[in-house]
Design a protein around this ligand. Structure first.
Ligand code: BTX
Length: 325
């Protein structure tokens, strides 16, 4: 009920009468009154004037599922949201949920993670109320080896959402990070449960540094936030909602094509170090190549000094720009 009341108040710049709310939502005045009070408790400032109704004055920057749902314009992304103040890891949570019952686009989102993780169990710093720590699940009707491409689909959707909401230009560090300048602002962790030939589900975890003003010493040189980069605080639910819209669009193109041909050009426009020298690092070896783009399977294409083109598969190696990222 709260999210419907909130959505109606948001749609109107003026007062919405209690009668209109009751009529449109087919509930009693008491139900509306309760929903308004509960929104106020959650930090929404709502003006109530006798004979005129209710007017939304301001919204808190909360990730409450109603706040997100009232902004979502998606068909299936985030239609079921689980919201947590604190959780170990939203990726772990969505896996636990998907094992019991899989719902396409099911989303878990937390204000804080205690065991946020990156690839190879690396720690992902997820402090309270300043970032977006979320995971969701999909089940593409594709063979398991194609699942890693969803990381690239996700990266493109996140970069587009950030640009739309904040105006900030980001770049994608193939395959799974998003950077501003030479610092990481977003990390993506894709995990899969599969049989030999079918995918049970894929969990996509996204960490976005939104409003933090500083980072712990060990991340100071590596990480940034949208606030640090752009100078203004950003409403997190707007980014979640925009992301959902872009993700659905690009994911559906990807599923239809069965590869990245439909989004390759857009992805490449945002590829950091495109046409620049990079090191390909594998164990102790470090080889210099020029990054030229991706192929339709999401592999990175690099060129050697003789003009020979090689394909690099995600997961095998790490890529570093010669100057910074
Ligand atoms: P990654 O392995 O590419 O990056 C992890 C590395 O990034 C760490 O070793 C550290 O150097 C650096 N790092 C840690 N925290 C941050 C941060 N907040 N900002 C910038 N750099 C950082 C990237 O893995 C994938 C991260 C996915 C995180 C999401 S959050 C929601 C979901 N739940 C979960 O447990 N993981 C995902």
């Amino acid at each position: 009920m709260r999210e419907h009341v909130l959505a109606m108040l948001k749609e109107s710049d003026d007062f919405v009468s209690g009668q209109e709310l009751c009529g449109k939502l087919s509930v009693s005045r008491t139900a509306i009154w309760k929903a308004i009070n509960s929104l106020k408790e959650a930090g929404y400032v709502i003006e109530a004037v006798r004979n005129r109704g209710y007017r939304l004055v301001s919204c808190p920057d909360v990730l409450l599922s109603d706040e997100i749902q009232s902004r979502l314009e998606t068909k299936w992304f985030g239609r079921k949201i689980s919201y947590f103040d604190v959780i170990d890891s939203t990726n772990s949570e969505i896996k636990r949920q998907a094992e019991k019952e899989f719902i396409p686009g099911m989303l878990a989102i937390a204000e804080k993670q205690t065991l946020g993780r990156g690839r190879k169990e690396r720690h992902w710093e997820s402090p309270a109320k300043t970032g977006i720590w979320m995971s969701f699940a999909v089940k593409p009707d594709l063979p398991p080896y194609k699942a890693s491409m969803i990381t690239l689909v996700t990266a493109l959707a996140v970069a587009k959402a950030i640009k739309d909401v904040t105006g900030l230009n980001t770049e994608i560090k193939w395959p799974n990070d998003i950077v501003i300048g030479s610092r990481k602002v977003v990390g993506i962790l894709t995990e899969m449960s599969a049989e030999m030939t079918t995918i049970n589900y894929v969990v996509i975890g996204i960490g976005i540094n939104v409003n933090m003003e500083s980072f712990p010493a060990e991340l100071e040189d590596k990480a940034t936030s949208l606030y640090i980069a752009g100078g203004t605080k950003v409403r997190r639910s707007s980014i979640v909602a925009k992301f959902g819209k872009y993700f659905e669009k690009y994911y559906e193109i990807f599923c239809k094509d069965g590869n990245l041909s439909g989004i390759k050009d857009e992805y490449e426009k945002l590829l950091v170090n495109r046409n620049k020298e990079v090191y390909i690092i594998e164990g102790d070896s470090r080889i210099k190549r020029v990054a030229i783009g991706i192929d339709t399977d999401g592999e990175l294409l690099v060129k050697d000094d003789n003009g020979n083109i090689e394909k690099i598969m995600a997961g095998e190696v790490s890529i570093r720009g010669i100057y910074g990222y």
